[in-house]
Design a protein around this ligand. Structure first.
Ligand SMILES: Nc1nc2c(ncn2[C@@H]2O[C@H](COP(=O)(O)OP(=O)(O)OP(=O)(O)O)[C@@H](O)[C@H]2O)c(=O)[nH]1
Ligand SMILES: [Mg+2]
Length: 248
């Protein structure tokens, strides 16, 4: 899950300061909600999806990153998020990226028919959403990556190989000792095939700045300008975002 970038692909993205990244995150506002993929408006800005088991902490992670208490609906009760919810990011109301909160999978109490329907909605979204630029897979480290997470990894593998950004967040890290956290990191790093894995805690604010900086970089890819000195790069304006990714 860690594709090697081609020579023509720029990899030296500008790293924003935490203040810039967090300020950008704070601009998040509700954009739209949809029960199925075909109700979502087509967009041409980078879209970053938060996926994972029910109760893994996806909605809480979005609220923590955006420093807003109730932007996404978080709840102790699993299965709280039941639609695809989009949040727009960008200063002065100019949207330059979108965050997507997806319903979680694996919640036992959901009727089988609903589970199947949701798996299809999510797989459809992950495979065919053209402006999807990155996926954040959230995982409770006390459970590790489960069979359902592995199925999701299989679904997205071709797109990750084609350049889609991918990050695994081990959530609720406040519930682990340092030794447990390190062990969970090593195991999930192996399972994720070398992809990036980070610890995250909404409660202790662990990993927040780092993740905000990374998502900013995903949404603001660097392009080489023809006249630039070798090695000199500039951040692309939002409208110059990458061509739609090759679909599997
Ligand atoms: N201790 C701790 N609890 C957390 C953390 N993040 C989330 N939680 C709790 O975990 C529960 C589930 O959080 P949600 O954000 O609703 O989870 P979700 O993945 O969006 O769940 P679904 O919408 O059902 O898919 C809530 O009770 C949160 O308060 C964290 O970093 N630390
Ligand atoms: Mg949720």
């Amino acid at each position: 899950m860690n594709p090697t970038p081609s020579a023509s692909e720029s990899t030296t993205a500008t790293v924003p300061t935490p203040v810039i990244a967090m300020g950008w995150m704070h601009t998040a506002r509700f954009l739209t909600t949809a029960p199925q993929l075909h109700f979502l408006p087509p967009l041409d800005v980078p879209e970053i999806a938060f996926v994972g088991r029910s109760n893994a902490g996806k909605s809480t992670c979005i609220n923590t990153l955006t420093q807003q208490k109730q932007l996404a609906f978080a709840s102790k009760k699993p299965g709280r998020t039941q639609h695809i919810n989009l949040f727009a990011l960008g200063k002065q109301n100019v949207t330059d990226a979108v965050l997507t909160d997806l319903p979680g999978y694996g919640y036992a109490a959901v009727p089988k028919q609903d589970k199947i329907r949701w798996q299809q909605v999510m797989a459809n979204y992950l495979v065919s959403r053209e402006n999807l630029t990155g996926i954040v897979l959230l995982c409770d480290p006390r459970l590790g990556l489960t069979e359902l997470d592995e199925i999701l990894l299989d679904v997205i593998r071709p797109r990750v190989a084609a350049g889609l950004k991918f990050l695994v967040l081990l959530t609720k890290s406040d519930k682990l000792t340092r030794v447990e956290a390190n062990k969970a990191l090593s195991i999930v790093r192996l399972q994720a095939g070398g992809g990036e894995v980070k610890l995250f805690s909404a409660l202790k604010k662990q990993g927040v700045d780092e993740v905000a900086q990374l998502l900013w970089q995903w949404a603001h890819p660097v392009v080489r300008t023809p006249k630039a000195e070798p090695g000199v790069t500039t951040a692309a304006p939002a409208s110059d975002n990458p061509a739609p990714l090759a679909l599997p």
